[in-house]
Ligand binder design. Structure first.
Ligand SMILES: [Fe+2]
Length: 286
């Protein structure tokens, strides 16, 4: 089984400060890192799908790097709208975490039995996404290079979310992306971040999953365009499990002390006997 963890929108700020004076993003990320290290079974890798820091620069990337250093499995990064791909490339060049190349800053993770394409939707000096001809051509060629099942990761959601300020860019930026993906039916799924909210959509026939943020969640009205509010909570890590040729996804918290709550312990019964009871093969416990 292949287990892939995704976390997103960590928005790390300068040491000793809070995001918007409210969210302790360093604490949220440190808690997430220990939760991932404690997971059973241990994941094969961690993807962090953009907005690694709030303001890109050596100080914030150094803080981010220190916070993720304890992760015990390979980690892969991509830029979000708050990042700067060039600074990331310079800063993480001596690590295996961001093997992207300029000018597109995209890369492939070869990981049997499926491949992962890490895309770049960053647009300089804007919150909005961009996916121009050069990035599209790279994607088309990367998808043509192998017929292995493929997971695509990108920061911005390539579907209509119903959230006014996310949708204000329009559908044109992902129209060509959808056309390229349609030509390559081995694309299994697209995962993204950006919205700080859980939402599932579709690009053509391909499911798209937007994952909540480690920094804070957004309370965003859908259908009516009013300004969003914040909820100072992190989500648990998202686990994408490779099961019989498909990816099955869900949050997978593994908090400290979880063993104390195990039902075999609280019911004082052997786990194999409990499963027999679930199957109906055992007499009811007296
Ligand atoms: Fe974000």
């Amino acid at each position: 089984m292949t287990l892939l963890v995704q976390i997103t929108d960590t928005h790390v700020v300068e040491r000793g400060t809070l995001l918007y004076g409210m969210a302790d993003t360093a604490r949220h990320l440190a808690e997430t890192v220990s939760e991932i290290n404690a997971m059973r079974p241990q994941p094969d890798m961690v993807l962090i799908t953009g907005d690694l820091v709030e303001h890109p620069g050596p100080t914030t990337y150094s803080h981010f790097r220190d916070l993720i250093a304890p992760l015990e499995m390979p980690v892969y990064l991509m830029p979000g709208n708050h990042d700067d791909p060039e600074i990331m490339w310079t800063y993480f060049k001596d690590t295996p975490m961001f093997p992207a190349k300029p000018p597109h800053f995209q890369y492939v993770i070869e990981h049997n039995p499926f491949r992962i394409l890490m895309l770049n939707s960053h647009f300089d000096n804007s919150e909005l996404p961009f996916f121009g001809p050069r990035r599209l051509q790279w994607l088309d060629e990367a998808l043509a290079a192998s017929s292995q099942p493929t997971l695509i990761a990108i920061h911005h959601p390539p579907f209509r979310t119903g959230i006014g300020f996310i949708d204000m860019v329009g559908a044109h930026w992902y129209k060509a992306l959808g056309e390229v993906i349609k030509r390559h039916p081995h694309v299994l799924k697209i995962i993204c971040g950006h919205g700080h909210i859980d939402l599932h959509g579709r690009l053509g026939a391909v499911p798209v999953q937007m994952v909540g943020s480690i920094a804070h969640q957004l309370i965003a009205c859908r259908g009516e365009d009013i300004a969003p509010s914040f909820d100072n909570l992190r989500v648990p890590p998202m686990l994408h499990s490779w099961l019989g040729g498909d990816l099955v996804s869900g949050y997978y918290p593994w908090p400290d002390g979880v063993d104390a709550e195990r039902i075999d312990k609280s019911s004082n019964m052997n786990w194999e006997d409990l499963k027999d009871r679930m199957r109906g093969a055992m007499k009811p416990v007296q």
